[in-house]
Design a protein around this ligand. Structure first.
Ligand SMILES: NC(=O)c1ccc[n+]([C@@H]2O[C@H](COP(=O)([O-])OP(=O)(O)OC[C@H]3O[C@@H](n4cnc5c(N)ncnc54)[C@H](O)[C@@H]3O)[C@@H](O)[C@H]2O)c1
Length: 253
C-alpha cells in the first residue's frame, strides 16, 4: 500500500524537541520528504539524525528564529529550492511562558506573541503562495485547548494561541477553492519531556492542568501527531477552518 505522504513535501516548525519531533517521526514513517526548522540547531540535528532509519531522504534542516520574516521566508524558499514544492506546513513552533498575567514582563509578553503567533504568521504568509500556485496545500497549526477553557495562568499564552486559532477561519475561506485547507489541533497539557521536567520540580503546578482533564491524564505526543497527520492528509479534503481539540474531554463540543 502506498504511504500516505509518499512524495509529499512537509515543512514542520519547532521540530527540535517535544511534539514537533514526534510529528516529524509520524510524517517520516508515512513517506514524507521533510523540511525541519527550529531556533535550536543542535536539537534539530538530533531530530534529523533520529529519523535516518525512517526517511528515504535526509531531512532538510534550517535553524533560525521564525518570528523574523526573513528567516521564515528563507525556510520556505529553501524548501522549494530543494524539493520543488510544499504540500504541508505544520506550524508547531511555540511554547508557553505560563504565569499569572500580572507577573509577566514586557519581555515575556513579547516573547509569548513572537514564539506562537509571529512564527505561524510569517511561515504561512510565505507558504500560501506556493500552495496556491499548485492548487493544493494543507496547513495545520498547533493551538491550545486552554484558549477554550480559560486555564489558570494562560491568559497571555491564550492571546497568542487565540490568533493561531482565529487565522484558520479566514484563511480557510479565502483559499477554499484553491484546495488549501487550514486547521488547528488544540491539545490540553501534553506529556512532553519539558512537562515531565516541570512536574518533577513542581508537581502541583502541573497537577492543576491535569485535573481539568476528564480522562485524568495528559495527552501523549503520538496522540497529537496522529491528528496532525489526519488533517494534513488527502483524506481530510473536506475539513477546513476547524479547531480540533485533542484533550481527553477537557472541553467538549
Ligand atoms: N506541551 C504542552 O502541554 C502543550 C499544550 C498545548 C499546546 N502546545 C503547543 O505545542 C507546540 C509544541 O510544544 P512542545 O510542548 O513540544 O514544546 P517544545 O518547547 O519542546 O517545542 C517547541 C519548539 O518550538 C521552538 N521555537 C520556539 N520559538 C521559536 C522561534 N521563534 N523560531 C523557531 N523555533 C521556535 C523551540 O525551540 C522548541 O524546539 C507549541 O506550539 C506549544 O505551544 C503544547
Amino acid at each position: 500500500m502506498e504511504k500516505r505522504f509518499a512524495e509529499q513535501v512537509v515543512v514542520i516548525t519547532g521540530a527540535a524537541s517535544g511534539i514537533g519531533a514526534v510529528i516529524a517521526q509520524h510524517f517520516a514513517r508515512e513517506g514524507a520528504r521533510l523540511v525541519l526548522s527550529d531556533l535550536d540547531d543542535k536539537g534539530l540535528t538530533t531530530t534529523a539524525d533520529g529519523l535516518s532509519s525512517l526517511c528515504r531522504e535526509k531531512p532538510l534542516t534550517q535553524g533560525g528564529d521564525l518570528s523574523q520574516e526573513d528567516v521564515a521566508g528563507r525556510l520556505i524558499g529553501d524548501a522549494v529550492k530543494a524539493f520543488g514544492t510544499i504540500d504541508v506546513l505544520v506550524n508547531n513552533a511555540g511554547g508557553g511562558i505560563i504565569k499569572p498575567f500580572l507577573e509577566h514582563t514586557p519581555e515575556t509578553l513579547r516573547t509569548t506573541i513572537d514564539r506562537n503567533l509571529w512564527t505561524m504568521l510569517w511561515c504561512t504568509w510565505h507558504a500560501v503562495p506556493v500552495m496556491k500556485a499548485k492548487r493544493y496545500g494543507r496547513i495545520v497549526n498547533i493551538g491550545a485547548d486552554s484558549v477554550r477553557n480559560g486555564l489558570y495562568d494562560h491568559a497571555a499564552y491564550n492571546a497568542a494561541k487565540g490568533g493561531v486559532h482565529a487565522i484558520a477561519t479566514g484563511l480557510a475561506r479565502e483559499f477554499a477553492t484553491d484546495e488549501i485547507t487550514v486547521n488547528v489541533v488544540a491539545p490540553c497539557i501534553v506529556n512532553t519531556p519539558q512537562v515531565q521536567r516541570a512536574a518533577a520540580k513542581a508537581p502541583q503546578s502541573i497537577r492543576k492542568f491535569i485535573d481539568v482533564v476528564p480522562m485524568g491524564r495528559p495527552g501523549e505526543m503520538d496522540e497529537i501527531a496522529s491528528m496532525v497527520c489526519y488533517l494534513a492528509s488527502r483524506e481530510a479534503s473536506f475539513v477546513t477552518g476547524q479547531v480540533i481539540s485533542v484533550n481527553g474531554g477537557s472541553t467538549m463540543l
